[in-house]
Design a protein around this ligand. Structure first.
Ligand code: TRP
Length: 374
């Protein structure tokens, strides 16, 4: 067997592994590359957008067009809570928030505790509820606009069922199976859940009438978008097909493709609840370095920021200033900046962010009423 075969990447909502060729994914999934023209219109947005971690879309050009014509547009993205939140989980929400700021639009955030309850063998019903409550506080703490942001949890906002049922009637079992590779051993919750997530994605239109909504998500979630777009155009609904913005995967501290929960155990992720000490320890000990083995060699040959996780975190999340980032990059490449120094910059930035976040999370406990859909 050829070596490449064993490295084949697997990408679907339940599994991401191997090397990911993003250009190829655009072709395979039939999505569109985000054009220069679109990036130009997003230059005030979060670094995740303007620095092209978001690389692919469906109909986002139409979403922008609608906005510029003065039509209603909205954003919807969700969270499947199966653990405490870590930095990687923030990606779609930071983007949703930045779209809300730039385009002054409503944001809808479904919490799929049912999804994780079905899919995770060891997750009890009570624990799923608990993680939802916990994760919702982190989401509110990000600073979404009250009155323009609507969060709901499937197990609590059970009205979602009436939408999910209407969607389910127009979705065949084989469509769900083809998109998710369901096996005969999967419980039936798995096969119904795609209808629930489609109902989430159509919720802004069920709730507010026909308009274009965009879903910022990891590219692994695209099968849900495809299904939902098919359902949206049924005459019974006559909805707009939801648009999408697709992100690349954020590396874990070890540099692997996606920060997954299995890596949490091996300390490959930074939790939003981590203390300053824990952050410092994890970054120093685990953040994959693109630097050379010794200081002498590093000064001589320089480091490689493209594979250096600390640099990538600064680029994606923690250094919004383009000039400062460019200086860090060139100093690292030239060998002027050492790995230890680069890590110090990141540790400071993360800890500053987490200090504010943890404060905001306490405040969020008093703000639940302003955000939860009833
Ligand atoms: N399935 C998503 C995940 O596991 C969470 C999610 C639920 C979601 N509803 C959604 C994402 C609607 C986008 C849109 O991360």
């Amino acid at each position: 067997m050829k070596k490449e075969a064993s490295k084949k990447s697997i990408i679907n909502p339940w599994e991401v592994s191997g090397n990911v060729n993003y250009e190829k994914l655009i072709k395979e999934f039939g999505t569109s590359k985000i054009s220069e023209d679109i990036y130009k219109k997003l230059d005030k947005c979060h670094p995740l957008l303007k620095r092209r971690i978001y690389f692919s879309h469906r109909d986002f050009d139409k979403w922008l067009e609608d906005y510029h014509k003065g039509k209603k547009v909205s954003v919807i993205t969700g969270r499947g809570p199966s653990e405490k939140m870590h930095l990687g989980h923030l990606v779609p929400f930071l983007v949703a928030k930045s779209l809300q700021e730039q385009f002054n639009c409503e944001v809808f955030i479904p919490i799929s505790d049912d999804e994780k309850f079905f899919v995770k063998k060891d997750l009890s019903y009570e624990k799923a509820l608990e993680y939802s409550k916990d994760n919702i506080l982190d989401l509110i703490a990000l600073g979404f606009k009250p009155g323009k942001t609507f969060i709901f949890q499937d197990f609590v906002y059970t009205d979602i069922y009436k939408y999910a049922a209407q969607v389910a009637k127009r979705m065949t079992y084989s469509t769900a199976k083809a998109a998710f590779g369901l096996t005969p051993e999967n419980n039936v919750g798995w096969s119904f859940y795609p209808a629930v997530q489609a109902a989430h994605i159509l919720f802004p239109q069920f709730h507010r009438g026909k308009h274009r909504s965009v879903v910022p998500v990891g590219i692994d979630q695209d099968p849900f978008i495809r299904l939902t777009r098919d359902v949206a155009s049924y005459p019974e609904f006559n909805f707009e097909k939801p648009a999408a913005l697709h992100a690349k995967f954020i590396p874990s501290l070890h540099g692997s493709v996606k920060m997954s929960s299995s890596e949490s155990a091996s300390e490959g992720v930074i939790f939003l609840s981590d203390t300053a000490k824990e952050v410092e320890k994890k970054i120093k000990k685990y953040a994959f370095s693109g630097g050379q083995a010794t200081i002498d060699e590093h000064r001589k040959h320089g480091g490689n920021p493209d594979i250096d996780v600390s640099f990538q975190y600064l680029k994606m999340l923690f250094e919004p200033d383009d000039k400062k980032l460019a200086k860090i990059e060139s100093d690292y490449r030239s060998g002027k900046l050492l790995t230890g120094e680069l890590k110090e910059i990141l540790i400071k930035k993360i800890n500053l962010f987490l200090k504010e976040h943890q404060k905001a999370r306490e405040q969020a406990k008093k703000q639940l009423d302003k955000f939860l859909v009833k």
